[in-house]
Design a protein. Structure first.
Length: 100
């Protein structure tokens, strides 16, 4: 059985896929296949995005999966400092300049 966090993630994925089908991100010709996949994924994890109780439990609104992922990518890119090799080179330069 899937944990509550996993169910919330699956719920968000299904919301994302549904929105992608309705907003034109996914071509109309491909929507039927995506909808079948959504049904399979929902059944496998016991998640039904049309269920009001699950909407209340698992929804991340007003945020959505894409906005959460964008925040993660921004945070990830900001948290990357210089590579270990660059940091070592910088440290070596400082040590060398102290010797001179």
């Amino acid at each position: 059985m899937a944990s509550e966090n996993k169910k919330a993630l699956v719920f968000s994925i299904l919301e994302f896929l549904q929105k992608s089908c309705t907003d034109g991100t996914i071509a109309a010709d491909d929507s039927e296949g995506i909808e079948v996949a959504m049904q399979c994924i929902g059944e496998a994890f016991g998640v039904d995005p049309s269920d009001e109780a699950q909407q209340e439990t698992y929804s991340t609104k007003p945020a959505n999966l894409l906005s959460i992922f964008e925040v993660y990518l921004k945070t990830k890119s900001k948290s990357k400092g210089p590579s270990p090799a660059a940091a070592a080179t910088s440290s070596q330069r400082k040590s060398f300049s102290l010797l001179i």
